[in-house]
Write a protein that binds this ligand. Structure first.
Ligand code: ASP
Ligand code: MG
Length: 421
């Protein structure tokens, strides 16, 4: 059994979905659990539906939902040839449910409604892809993952109930493979014990696929992307990037931690725990070598790995009464950051001050400053970039930081981080 994941970019048009079918046709003997995310930018569009609904701009929300509906109907028709197929009734049901939600007065919190509306993207994409594949002879069964992935009710970032979900996978998903070679399921979504839809965090489909891989004891997981594989830097930000043929689980976790938007950071643990290799391959040309992520890789063969996080803020927190910033004070400060869900990207402390670099989120920073204001003086500097280089070489560092002012620097044997203006 193999697990494949296809993201939004591989489903954004009729042609691309046809291309995905070609990939599957190359694995006729294989048992495949396929995880699919929403088509193209659908999730972003549904987020706008949810925002407008919650701000009581119901007409705008309905119009935006209508646009999503039209896009999906067009793609479905492009694939299936007409609108007679039972798929169109299924799609209609999904939209009717979403319209009901828009008709309700929002009585619960935003995150709840967000999940009820945004989960639609994956239901639509999987239904369309599944119907089309069956029509062209790529026989498959469509699975509503909400019958399998049980979570808590931490809407927008729900946590999987591992035991319950494993039981569901064993009892409901495994037997499907006696009837079919391919099961198609939604990424990114799940359900509470009250049958409310949840989402697992943006870009969470990689993680959904890894949960399946773990629970099905898959031999491998493959993430099919529109790029060649994992690169040593983001090609949108740096010229001359290099493809990385092999890299370890721990290295990928580090890259994600420093801000590389490669693979959803939660994806690695379920795979590492069962030593399941993760392949990143290009769906436009499956013969390209791509990348394999596995346990042991000699770091000597890695190129320097560069991660750039933009729009950073440097906060300097100084005690007002000149008292030392000792462990107890640091612990108080951390608790405040934790309470506001602010992640510290880099920190350094001195006798009476504590400096840290965080993402620029004006609302959160305002709250943070208000909360810290009592005991501390706070200054901050915005418009910064945090550069992290693993396996750095001096020439490269000079090049990357030329004409920049370094606000903070941290260095270990393997990693250097520069906060630059
Ligand atoms: N469709 C979701 C998102 O765009 C999940 C995913 O793509 O992995 O965030
Ligand atoms: Mg996506």
């Amino acid at each position: 059994m193999k697990v494949f994941k296809f993201g939004g970019a591989s489903l954004e048009s009729v042609e691309r979905i046809q291309q995905v079918a070609k990939i599957l046709q190359a694995f006729p003997e294989e048992k495949l659990l396929i995880v699919i995310s929403a088509m193209g930018k659908t999730t972003n569009e549904l987020e706008k539906v949810a925002q407008n609904y919650f701000m009581r701009k119901r007409e705008i929300a309905a119009q935006l939902l209508f646009n999503v509906e039209q896009q999906h109907l067009q793609v479905a028709e492009g694939l299936l040839g007409n609108r007679e197929h039972p798929l169109f009734t299924q799609l209609q049901q999904f939209f009717t449910e979403a319209e009901w939600t828009l008709g309700e007065k929002p009585l619960r919190n935003y995150d709840y409604y967000y999940d009820q509306l945004v989960s639609l993207g994956e239901l639509l994409s999987t239904a369309i892809v599944s119907a089309y594949f069956n029509q062209i002879g790529v026989a498959n069964i469509w699975l509503d993952v909400r019958d399998v992935f049980r979570t808590d009710n931490n809407f927008r970032d729900a946590n999987i109930d591992w035991e319950f979900t494993q039981r569901q996978v064993t009892e409901k998903v495994v037997p499907l493979f006696n009837k079919t070679g391919i099961v198609i399921a939604q990424g990114f979504i799940g359900s509470t014990d009250q049958n409310e839809s949840v989402t697992l965090g943006r870009e969470g489909s990689d993680y959904s696929a890894a949960v399946f891989a773990n629970m099905l004891d898959a031999e491998s997981q493959t993430i099919w992307k529109d790029v060649e594989g994992l690169k040593n830097a983001d090609p949108k930000l740096f010229p001359n990037t290099i493809n990385i043929p092999e890299i370890s689980y721990s290295e990928v976790i580090e890259m994600a931690f420093y801000g590389a938007q490669v693979i959803h950071p939660k994806t690695i643990k379920p795979l590492q725990n069962k030593q399941i290799p993760l392949y990143v391959k290009c769906f436009l040309d499956k013969n390209l070598p791509g990348t394999v992520i596995k346990e042991e890789v000699d770091v000597k063969q890695l190129p320097p790995i560069i991660v750039l996080k933009k729009n950073q803020v440097l906060l300097t927190i100084t005690s007002r009464d000149f008292s030392f910033i000792t462990e107890d004070k640091i612990s108080d400060i951390y608790e405040i950051f934790h309470g506001l869900k602010i992640k510290i990207n880099l920190m350094q402390n001195g006798a009476i001050s504590f400096s840290c670099c965080i993402d620029n989120n004006p609302e959160k920073i305002e709250l943070l400053i208000k909360t810290l204001h009592q005991g501390f003086k706070i200054s901050y500097n915005e418009g910064l970039e945090l550069l992290t280089v693993r396996y750095y070489q001096n020439g490269l560092l000079e090049e990357l930081s030329r004409n920049r002012t370094i606000m903070l620097e941290q260095k270990s044997a393997a990693t250097i981080q520069l906060l630059m203006k």
